[in-house]
Design a protein around this ligand. Structure first.
Ligand SMILES: Nc1ncnc2c1ncn2[C@@H]1O[C@H](COP(=O)(O)OP(=O)(O)OP(=O)(O)O)[C@@H](O)[C@H]1O
Length: 257
C-alpha cells in the first residue's frame, strides 16, 4: 500500500487562553503527495508546530481539517513516526529497547522488528551502543536513536518537528546526512519543521514557506535536485538557486510583517 496523501484543507486554529485568542493558523491549504517530503519553513510563532500537531491528531483545528488520504484526522494516531527537538528517550531502558518502544506500545511481536532495529542503529553508527543507556550518549547520538525509533515500524507518515534544533552546527550537518540515507529506506510521506533553510533544501522535495502569524502558505519552492543527495547543500552548487529563493522568501515576509 502506498503512503497516504497528507492534506490540510482550510486549516484555521485559534488558541484560547485567559489572556485572549491567538490565531495561529489561518486557512492553510496544503496537499503533500504520497511519498513526498515537505519542509515547513517560517518565522518563529507562525504555526509550524501547530500544523504538525494537527497532523498528529493532538490538536483539533478550529476550522477546516487535516486528512490522511480521504480520512479526517480526528484523534491521535500511533501510525506516524514522530521526532521532536527533545528526544524523549527513556533513560532507564537500553538504546535497543528505546528503538523498539513503538513495537511494544502497539503490542506487536518484538522479535519481528529486532533485526530492523539493529540495522537502523548500524546505519547511524550506533551498532556498538544497542545495550547502552541513553544517558551514556551525546545529544547527537540520542537524536539518532530517536530517528531509529521513529522509523522502526516503517511508518507511512513521518512528522519531524525541529529534530535538530538542540544540536550544534557540526553535529547537525552529520545527522542530516545520516537522516538522508535513512530516508532512502522509507517511502513515507514526510513533513519536516525547521528554521534552517539548508536543512529544508537538503531534506525536501518541496519547501513550503509560511507567513508570520497567523500562519498561511506564503510560497512553495520545488527542490529539483535528484536523490540521493550526498553533499550538504552549501557545498553543492545544485542547491544554490533553491537556497537563494528560500532566503528571499523568508526575508521578504519578515520585511512585510
Ligand atoms: N498552547 C498554546 N496556548 C496558547 N498559544 C499558543 C499555544 N501554542 C502555541 N501558541 C501560539 O500560537 C502561535 C504558533 O505557535 P507554534 O508553536 O505553532 O509556532 P512555530 O512556528 O512552531 O514556532 P517556533 O518556530 O518558534 O517553534 C504562537 O504565537 C504561539 O505563541
Amino acid at each position: 500500500m502506498s503512503a497516504p496523501v497528507v492534506h490540510f484543507a482550510g486549516v484555521t486554529h485559534d488558541y484560547v487562553t485567559p489572556g485572549g485568542v491567538t490565531r495561529a493558523l489561518d486557512g492553510v491549504e496544503l496537499r503533500i503527495e504520497s511519498g513526498e517530503r515537505v519542509a515547513l519553513l517560517g518565522p518563529s510563532g507562525c504555526g509550524k508546530s501547530t500544523l504538525l500537531g494537527i497532523a498528529e491528531g493532538l490538536i483539533a483545528p478550529t476550522a477546516g481539517g487535516a486528512y490522511l488520504d480521504d480520512v479526517k484526522i480526528c484523534k491521535p494516531h500511533s501510525d506516524a513516526g514522530v521526532v521532536f527537538q527533545k528526544d524523549l528517550l527513556l533513560n532507564w531502558k537500553t538504546v535497543l529497547d528505546n528503538v523498539l518502544l513503538p513495537v511494544r506500545l502497539r503490542k506487536e511481536r518484538v522479535a519481528d522488528y529486532r533485526e530492523r532495529a539493529l540495522a537502523l542503529l548500524k546505519d547511524v553508527g550506533l551498532a556498538d551502543f544497542a545495550d547502552s543507556r541513553p544517558t551514556e550518549l551525546s545529544g547527537g547520538m540520542r537524536q539518532r536513536v530517536a530517528f531509529c525509533r521513529a522509523l522502526v515500524r516503517d511508518p507511512d507518515v513521518l512528522l519531524l518537528d525541529e529534530p535538530f534544533g538542540a544540536l550544534d552546527a557540526l553535529t547537525r550537518e552529520q545527522i542530516n546526512t545520516d537522516l538522508s540515507s535513512m530516508m532512502d529506506t522509507t517511502q513515507a510521506t514526510a513533513v519536516l519543521v525547521t528554521h534552517s533553510i539548508e536543512e529544508a533544501a537538503f531534506f525536501a522535495d518541496r519547501i513550503v514557506v509560511m507567513s508570520p502569524r497567523p500562519g498561511r502558505i506564503a510560497e512553495e519552492i520545488v527542490v529539483d535536485v535528484p536523490r540521493p543527495r550526498p553533499a550538504w547543500p552549501t557545498v553543492d552548487h545544485r542547491f544554490d538557486e533553491v537556497l537563494d529563493r528560500a532566503r528571499r522568501a523568508i526575508t521578504s515576509r519578515k520585511a512585510a510583517a
